[in-house]
Write a protein that binds this ligand. Structure first.
Ligand code: ATP
Ligand code: MN
Length: 473
C-alpha cells in the first residue's frame, strides 16, 4: 500500500511496510513521511526501543526510509491514524548539512533554482498531481465526445504558421555550413533537405485530419523562440488544439467553454486534497495583503468559473468599453486605447475580465490585421471570425477561430501576408477538394494549470521550464 491508500483505508491493526521520504522529524519521535501519492503525510511514531542511536541520527529531512510497523489510531491531533514502527531502514541518507530543502517555507524563486529537488515539496507534489489529473481529464473529455487524437509533427517544414518565432532544427555544422554560390546557406544539404523548425502549433496539420476524421485534437509540445520574459510565457509549452469539421465560430465557443468547465469540474471532484492544500496556501500567502488586493480564494474561483456562463463580447464592443474606462481616461494603462484596430494588451484583457465583467470573457470578431491569415474573413471585409477566451488572473487562455474555408479568399490572404504559396500548397489544396466550414482553438495547458492551481508564475506548473537563457534542468 502507498500512503494514499493507507490514509484512505485506515487499516488499523494491520502490519504494513511503507517507503517514502522524511518531510520532518520532530522531537526525535514523530516522522512525517511522504511518498508522493498524496499531499498528506503519514505520521510514524518512533519506538526508541526498536531503533539504534545510529539509525535515529540518520533520520533527517529528505532521507529515504523503509518503515515496517503497525497501523494504530492516532493519539495526537492532525491525523486519524499513525504507524508504530517495528523496524526502520534508512534507504538513502540526505546529508542534512547539504540538503537545501528545509522544513520551512521556501520562495518559489529559490525552488526554481533547485528544480531537481522541488518535486519533493508539498506544493510541487500538489501541482504535478493536478497537472496529471488535468491532462487525463482533457483526454477523457475529447474521447467521451467522439474526438480522435492526432499526433501532429514536432519538426515542421512549414515556416508559415505565423504564431511566433521558431527554433531551427538542423544538423549542419554551424561553423562551416554548406553554401550556395551566392554565399547563402544551402539548406538542401541539411538533414531534411530543407529548412525545418520546431512546431509553434499543430493546427494546420490538425485541420487536414478534421477534414477527414471530423472531430480531432492534438495535445503536444509547442515551441516559441519569442523573447518574452513574462509570468505567462514559456519557450516550450503544451497546447491542446481541437479542430472540428462543420463547427462555426459559435460552436467553437461552446466547445471551448464546455471543455474548460468539464476539466475544472473533474479536478474539483478528483483532486480534493491537493486543491484544498493549494487553496489554504494561497490564503496564507495573501494574508499580508489589503483585502482588495487579495484574489478570490481558489476553490471559490474554480466553482465560480465552472458554474457561470462566460460573457461573449465582440472586439468592437470591447474597444468601446476600454476607451471609456477609467484607467484609459486617466492614462493608467501603459498602452492607451485610442482607435478601433488596436491590439489588446494583457492589461486590457485583465481589465475586461477582472474589473468590467467579473467573469471569463470570450472576445470575438477581431480586426483581420492583428490576427493570423487562416481566420475566416467576415462580410464586413475588415474583421475575422477569431475568438480569445480571457480568464481572471491569467488573461488569454484560449485563442481560436473559424478557419477560412474559401479557396480564393484564403489564397489571397496568403499572398497579402507575404507567405510563399509553395510552402502551404498542401493546406490550400484542402480548400479545393471538398472544403467545408470548420473551426478550432488552442488552449495553453500551462496557463490552464496556472489558473487551476492558483500559481502566479507559469514556470512553476511545468516540470522543467524552458525560458530565455534557461534550460538548466
Ligand atoms: P499571447 O498573446 O498570450 O502571447 P498568443 O496569442 O501568441 O498568446 P496563440 O498563438 O493564440 O497565443 O496560442 C494559443 C494559446 O497557447 C494561448 O491562448 C495561450 O494559452 C497559449 N500560449 C501561447 N503562447 C504561449 C507561451 N509562450 N507559453 C505558454 N502558453 C502560451
Ligand atoms: Mn492568441
Amino acid at each position: 500500500m502507498n500512503i494514499k491508500e493507507i490514509i484512505d483505508k485506515e487499516p488499523i491493526g494491520q502490519e504494513i511496510e511503507v517507503k517514502g521520504w522524511v518531510r520532518t522529524f520532530r522531537s526525535n519521535r514523530f516522522i512525517a513521511l511522504n511518498d508522493g501519492s498524496t499531499v498528506k503525510n503519514l505520521q510514524v511514531v518512533v519506538d526508541f526501543e526498536n531503533e539504534s542511536e545510529e539509525t535515529l541520527k540518520r533520520i533527517t529531512t529528505g532521507a529515504c526510509l523503509k518503515v515496517h510497523g503497525i497501523v494504530v489510531e492516532s493519539q495526537g491531533k492532525g491525523q486519524t491514524i499513525e504507524l508504530n514502527n517495528k523496524a526502520i531502514e534508512v534507504l538513502g541518507d540526505s546529508h542534512p548539512e547539504e540538503y537545501p530543502l528545509q522544513p520551512k517555507k521556501h520562495s518559489m524563486e529559490f525552488l526554481r533554482e533547485i528544480a531537481h529537488l522541488r518535486p519533493r515539496t508539498q506544493t510541487f507534489g500538489a501541482i504535478f498531481r493536478l497537472r496529471h489529473a488535468l491532462q487525463f481529464a482533457v483526454h477523457k473529455y475529447f474521447n467521451d465526445n467522439g474526438f480522435f487524437m492526432v499526433h501532429t509533427p514536432i519538426v515542421t517544414g512549414s515556416d508559415a504558421e505565423g504564431a511566433g518565432e521558431m527554433f531551427r532544427v538542423s544538423t549542419l555544422d554551424p561553423s562551416n555550413p554548406p553554401k550556395n554560390e551566392d554565399g547563402s546557406i544551402n539548406w538542401k544539404e541539411d538533414f531534411f533537405g530543407k529548412e525545418t523548425n520546431l512546431t509553434v502549433s499543430g493546427q494546420l496539420e490538425a485541420e487536414l485530419f478534421a477534414l477527414g476524421l471530423g472531430k480531432v485534437y492534438t495535445f503536444g509540445p509547442t515551441f516559441r523562440a519569442e523573447n518574452s520574459n513574462t509570468t505567462r510565457h514559456l519557450a516550450e509549452f503544451w497546447m491542446i488544439e481541437p479542430e472540428v469539421a462543420f463547427n462555426d465560430l459559435f460552436d467553437n465557443m461552446d466547445l471551448a467553454e464546455d471543455c474548460l468547465k468539464y476539466v475544472i469540474r473533474y479536478v474539483m471532484d478528483n483532486c480534493v486534497d491537493d486543491l484544498n492544500f493549494l487553496h489554504e496556501r494561497q490564503i496564507q500567502d495573501e494574508k499580508g495583503l489589503p483585502e482588495d488586493k487579495r484574489s478570490m480564494p481558489l476553490m471559490d474561483k474554480l466553482k465560480f468559473v465552472a458554474e457561470n456562463e462566460f460573457v461573449r463580447c465582440s472586439y468592437t464592443e470591447a474597444i468601446d468599453i476600454l476607451r471609456n474606462s477609467k484607467p484609459n481616461k486617466k492614462k493608467k494603462f501603459q498602452y492607451i486605447i485610442e482607435e478601433w484596430g488596436a491590439d489588446l494588451q494583457s492589461e486590457h484583457e485583465r481589465y475586461l475580465v477582472e474589473k468590467h465583467f467579473g467573469k471569463p470573457v470570450i472576445l470575438y470578431d477581431y480586426p483581420a490585421s492583428i490576427k493570423a491569415f487562416y481566420m475566416r474573413l467576415n462580410e464586413d471585409g475588415k474583421t475575422v471570425r477569431a475568438m480569445d477566451i480571457l480568464f481572471p488572473g491569467i488573461g488569454e487562455i484560449v485563442g481560436g477561430s473559424q478557419r477560412e474555408e474559401r479557396y480564393d479568399v484564403l489564397k489571397q490572404k496568403v499572398a497579402d501576408f507575404g507567405i510563399e504559396e509553395e510552402s502551404l500548397w498542401w493546406y490550400l489544396e484542402t480548400r479545393k477538394f471538398g472544403t467545408c466550414v470548420h473551426s478550432g482553438f488552442g488552449l495553453g495547458f500551462e496557463r490552464l494549470i496556472n489558473f487551476v492551481s492558483g500559481m502566479t508564475n507559469i514556470r512553476d506548473v511545468i516540470p522543467f521550464p524552458r525560458t530565455p537563457k534557461n534550460a538548466e534542468f
